[in-house]
Design a protein around this ligand. Structure first.
Ligand code: OXD
Ligand code: MN
Length: 595
């Protein structure tokens, strides 16, 4: 059961984990297709994977009903001092947390194989990339990591004998006794799930869940929580942002990075087909951006991932045709419904629902059934290279220069379709106060308004007050080369509860206005909350939206905004002395502008 690796730190760590977790076997992953097929054949044999007749090399998985989303309540930033984790993170003292988790890890891989998965976030060998090694007892995780990250022996070659990596330990927390039959989705009960981060030693320990961001540790754990804390120390940025390239009819390129909370349409925007003539949109990433200041003083972004782990429900040929075309083959589906002819289905995929499916819990489902056929957080894992509009520069190690930052959320009221920040500091204020109605990407109530600064509340690996300061510092460094900042809300509703804006491909109209602002082609109208498009400047040719709706969509109601001030004050008070004074000043200025 011994495996040999050249890297000394890795070799010691594998030994230590094996002694603690006591797997039956150890397997070193090489990232090949042969290996992927081998893992899938194991998953087929155990009954976890269901092959899809309609999609080559694609499989459906059904999770345990208790293991369907990220578990923010069980996610910890474990720093020596509680203050370093800050008020937005759960905290347990590292020594105590390690003690608790060590007792859970003890013997937790009995009856299972321990997979050692060397991976790179970012193109292998790129100066911006970071190497991680995930140890997991889940072949489902191995397959997903193959798609979402660059797994392979080349990573080990780069590590050499002394290279450093981020250790990511994962166990589903379901040892098998001698002769015990496995279940379809093994995991531990909610109260023993832990998604733990030790940013001071760049270490991740995850226990008890097999789902998405809880288990694919390159994604939220490494590329956001650990990376954000490394980025703060090293002077760069790790953000919960999509990256896209927009090209104007004249051939000018604009690069946009946008932060929205989970399940607020990042994937849809990243792959959008503009509805305005002559404009082209290409996708570089749909979830995470790592950004560094380049030699020319501009901010350059790469996507550290190599796949999409997208929310399936609501994805259709109407809402996101490019995502649909990315899903034709080589895809892992989780918690979607299974149709009678061997395909997947989810709510919103087609105008008419199938007459019968097997739902995500494995039960018969017919239209009108009281619950959804697919879980609202059902997911697809698909290689980014399969996206028909993937940008040719998506793996360029140098990244792309960002012109525009967008923040936003899901707000049925108050927030207009688009506004532009008055300055960098005001933009940071907009990011720091961003609020959104909660979605099913996290376990918990759906539809409550929560402040989700920079869409990073669940993902910032250190004190968020310091994170705000880091944004201010980056702006100071970038000076006149800083991207312009905008705030959008695609989700505003009329008083009778209908969406006011068509969204999706028509969001290109809003992006076009931003580009025109960058090029100083149009002026903007002042409002207390930021700059708004002047009447007639937002291109709405060819869409059916009444003047009255347009007015409501763009309106800024002073009374409604004044009512937000105490909530913002409350939110800011969380950060105590860590709140940068420059943000307090922005709040005072906003109050003054509201009168
Ligand atoms: C995601 C999330 O999976 O943000 O991207 O939850
Ligand atoms: Mn996300």
């Amino acid at each position: 059961m011994d495996i040999t690796v050249k890297n000394r730190k890795l070799s010691g760590w594998i030994k230590e984990v094996a002694e603690m977790c006591q797997p039956d076997d150890i397997y070193l992953c090489d990232g090949t297709k042969k290996e992927y097929d081998l893992m899938m054949s194991k998953l087929l044999a155990s009954g976890s994977a269901i092959p899809l007749k309609k999609r080559p090399n694609s499989y459906l998985f059904r999770s345990d009903p208790s293991d369907v989303a990220r578990v923010e309540d069980r996610t910890y930033i474990s720093t020596v001092s509680k203050d370093e984790a800050g008020p937005t993170n759960n905290w347990i003292d590292p020594a105590e947390l390690k003690k608790t988790m060590r007792s859970l890890y003890k013997g937790c891989m009995k009856g299972r194989t321990m997979y050692v998965i060397p991976f790179s976030m970012g193109p292998i060998g790129s100066p911006i990339a970071k190497i991680g090694v995930e140890i997991s007892d889940s072949p489902y995780v191995v397959c997903n990591m193959h798609i979402m990250t660059r797994v392979g022996s080349r990573v080990l070659d780069i590590l050499g004998e002394d290279g450093d990596f981020i250790p990511c330990l994962h166990s589903i927390g379901a040892p098998l006794a001698e002769g015990q039959k496995d279940v379809q989705w093994p995991c531990a009960p909610i109260e023993s799930k832990y998604i733990s981060h030790f940013p001071e030693e760049s270490l991740i320990w995850s226990y008890g869940s097999g789902y998405g961001g809880n288990a694919l540790l390159g994604k939220k754990c490494l590329a956001l929580r650990i990376a954000s804390s490394v980025a703060k120390r090293e002077g760069w940025m790790a953000e919960h942002m999509l990256i896209l390239r927009l090209t104007s009819p004249e051939g000018k390129q604009y690069h946009i990075a946008a932060a929205f909370p989970s399940a607020c349409g990042k994937t849809n925007l990243a792959m959008m087909r503009p509805s305005i003539e002559g404009w082209k949109c290409e996708c570089l990433g749909d979830d995470i951006a790592w950004m560094k200041i380049g030699p020319d003083g501009r901010l350059y972004a790469i996507n550290p991932e190599s796949g999409f782990f997208g929310v399936a429900p609501g994805t259709s040929y109407n809402t996101n045709p490019m995502a649909m075309d990315s899903l034709k083959e080589n895809v892992i589906f989780t918690n979607c419904a299974l149709t009678d002819d061997g395909d997947v289905w989810w709510e919103g995929m087609t105008d008419d629902s199938p007459a019968h499916t097997i739902d995500w819990k494995g039960k018969d489902w017919t239209p009108g059934s009281p619950s959804d056929a697919a879980h609202p957080n059902a997911r697809f894992t698909a290689p980014a290279s399969q996206c028909p509009v993937i940008c040719k520069d998506w793996e360029n190690p140098a990244g792309v220069p960002i012109d525009i930052f967008i923040f936003g959320g899901r707000r049925s009221n108050a927030v207009p379709l688009v506004s532009e920040a008055l300055s960098w500091d005001h933009g940071v204020f907009l990011g720091a106060t961003a609020a959104s109605e909660t979605t099913s990407a996290n376990i918990g109530a759906v539809g409550n308004l929560r402040r989700d600064p920079f869409a990073m509340k669940p993902f910032c690996g250190y004190n968020m007050g310091d994170y705000f300061q880091h944004w201010l510092n980056m702006g100071d460094k970038l000076g006149s080369k800083a991207p312009k900042i905008f705030y959008v809300n695609w989700f505003r509703k009329s008083s009778d509860g209908k969406f006011l804006w068509p969204g999706f491909s028509d969001n290109s109209r809003v992006l076009k206005w931003m580009c025109e602002r960058i090029d100083a082609k149009v002026e903007a109208k002042e409002s207390p909350i930021g700059l708004l498009p002047k009447d007639g400047d937002l291109d709405i040719k060819g869409i059916n939206i009444s003047a009255e709706n347009m007015k409501e969509l763009m309106s800024v109601d002073k009374a409604e905004w004044k009512a937000e001030i105490p909530d913002i004050e409350n939110h800011f008070s969380l950060f105590g002395s860590r709140l940068p004074e420059r943000l307090n000043k922005q709040l005072k200025d906003l109050s003054a502008r509201l009168g």
